[in-house]
Design a protein around this ligand. Sequence first.
Ligand SMILES: Cc1cc2nc3c(=O)[nH]c(=O)nc-3n(C[C@H](O)[C@H](O)[C@H](O)COP(=O)(O)OP(=O)(O)OC[C@H]3O[C@@H](n4cnc5c(N)ncnc54)[C@H](O)[C@@H]3O)c2cc1C
Length: 417
Amino acid sequence: MGYSGFRVIKEGLFGQKGWKPVWRDPEPKAHYDAVIIGGGGHGLATAFYLAKEHGLTNIAVLEKGYIGGGNVGRNTTIVRANYFLPGNSEFYSHSLKMWEGMEQELNYNVMHSQRGLINLFHSDGQRDAFARRGNAMINQGDDAILLDRDGVRAHLPYLDFDNGRFPIYGGLYHPRGGSARHDAVAWGYARGADQRGVDIIQNCEVTGIDIEGGVVKGVQTTRGAIKAKKVGIVVAGRSGQVAAMAGMRLPIESHVLQAFVSEGLKPVIDHVVSFGMGHFYISQSDKGGLVFGGDLDFYASYAARGNLPMKEHVMDAAMTLMPMIGKAKVLRSWGGIMDMTPDGSPIIDKTATEGLFIDCGWCYGGFKAVPASGFSFAHLMATGRHHDAAAKFRLDRFRTGVGLLDEEGTGSQHNLH
Ligand SMILES: Cc1cc2nc3c(=O)[nH]c(=O)nc-3n(C[C@H](O)[C@H](O)[C@H](O)COP(=O)(O)OP(=O)(O)OC[C@H]3O[C@@H](n4cnc5c(N)ncnc54)[C@H](O)[C@@H]3O)c2cc1C
C-alpha cells in the first residue's frame, strides 16, 4: 500500500478502514539465502538494500525483541556529515546524501529535518580545530560555515554568551545537518524490505551460529534452527556476545549512553546545538520536547539504563550553556548500549568464517549512518567486495594498527571516543 496525501484524505473520509499492517508477521522458514541478525536500523536497511539493489529476496531479519526497541528507537536522532578523517568523511557524506532521498526511496515520512547543526567553540584553539574540520567538510563536498560570536547570536540568541568560564567564541554551522524521527526510520526500512519479500521475524533471538569446516551454515534461534548461505551480524551493543557465538573476540566494549527529553514546549530551539566544553547537545522534537544528551556513563555494561552522576553532568552543562533550560521539567530519560571500538570508527567486513559478515562498532553515532551502512553492508554481503564508501572500515585494522580512524584523537580507549 502506497502512502500519499490523497490516501490520507481518502482514509479520513471513509473512516480510516483501508490502512493495512505495515509489515507481515511470518513464521520463520527452514532455509534462507541470507539471514540478518538484528532488526535495528542497520539490519533492516541491509535487508532492504539486499532486496532492492541486489535482487536477493529470500532473506530473513531475526530480531530478538521488537522492531525499534534497540538503539534505533533510543537515540537523539542527530543526522550530520561533519567528519574529518578520510574514510569517515566520504562515508558520512554518502550517508547524508542518502538521507536526503530516503523519504522518496521508502515512500515513508521519516520526518527528516535539515534544520542546521551548530557546534560551538569556546577558545582560539578550538576555533582552529573547527576551522580545519569545516575545510575538510567543504573539500568533501559538504557544507560548513564558520560563524563568529555575532553569527552564532543571530541563530541562537538564547545562549549565555558571556559565561565566565566558557564564553562562546563562535560556532561551526552545518546547514544540512539536522534530525529525523528515529523509529520511523526503522519502520520505513522494515516496510520497504517486507514489500520486497523479506521476512521480518520479531521475538526470535539468535542463540547460536552454525559453522562447519569454516563455512557458515545457519543459526540456532529461540524459534528453531534456520539454515542460511550467508549470515550478517548487525546487533549494535550486543556485537561482542553474538560474535562470540562464532568464536570471535571483537575489539568492542559495550557502554551505556543516556538521553533525556523535557515536557513539550512551544518551539524555542530550531537547530541542533552542541556545547564545546562539556558533553551536551540539544534539539527540539516536533512534539515540542527538548531532546538532549551527553557522554557515555564510562563503565562497560549491558544494562540499558544509566546512572545519576551522568545526569548531573548533563544538566550542569545544559545550565551553563542555556540557563533558560532550568525552567523546563525533564519528562523521562533512558539508556542504550553502545558498541564502542578502540578508534571510535565502525566495522563493516567479512569474517574468517566464509559467508559470515559483521557490521558493528557504530559507537554513539550510528543513527546517521543507517542508510549508508545498510547500503554498503548489503553490497559486501551480495558481491563479496567492499563498497568504496566504506572501504576503510576493516576489522583487521585493530590487529595490524594500519588504517585506524581515530576521529577524536583520544587513543585506544573505547569509552573516550
Ligand atoms: C541515547 C543515545 C543517543 C544517540 N544519539 C545518536 C545521534 O544523535 N545520532 C546518531 O547518529 N547516533 C546516535 N546514537 C547511536 C545510534 O542509536 C546507534 O549507533 C545505532 O542505532 C545502532 O545501530 P542499530 O540501529 O542497528 O541498533 P539497534 O537498534 O540496537 O539494533 C540491534 C538489534 O539487534 C537485536 N539483537 C541483539 N542481539 C540479538 C540476538 N542474539 N538475536 C536477535 N537479535 C538481536 C537487538 O534487540 C536490537 O534490536 C545514539 C544512541 C543512544 C543510545
